[in-house]
Design a protein around this ligand. Structure first.
Ligand code: SF4
Length: 64
């Protein structure tokens, strides 16, 4: 099964919560947002891709 790696640039994240609204892998940890898992399966790819697409500052990159 293919695995994908999430590259999260915490430095540019503005903690807007948009990613968390479309994908359960993205959670609010206090006032900060972070991914629960940084290595995801193909099934988890779709919603994490939505998170990548919705991020206004391009803090999320998914690598194949
Ligand atoms: S959508 Fe982007 S900027 Fe907003 S909380 Fe998620 S990673 Fe951070």
């Amino acid at each position: 099964m293919n695995k994908f790696k999430i590259n999260f640039n915490k430095e540019v994240c503005i903690n807007c919560g948009a990613c968390a609204s479309v994908c359960v892998n993205w959670i609010m940890d206090g006032i900060e947002v972070r991914p629960k898992e940084t290595v995801i399966s193909e099934e988890e790819m779709k919603s994490n891709k939505e998170a990548e697409d919705i991020c206004p500052v391009k803090a999320i990159k998914i690598e194949g």
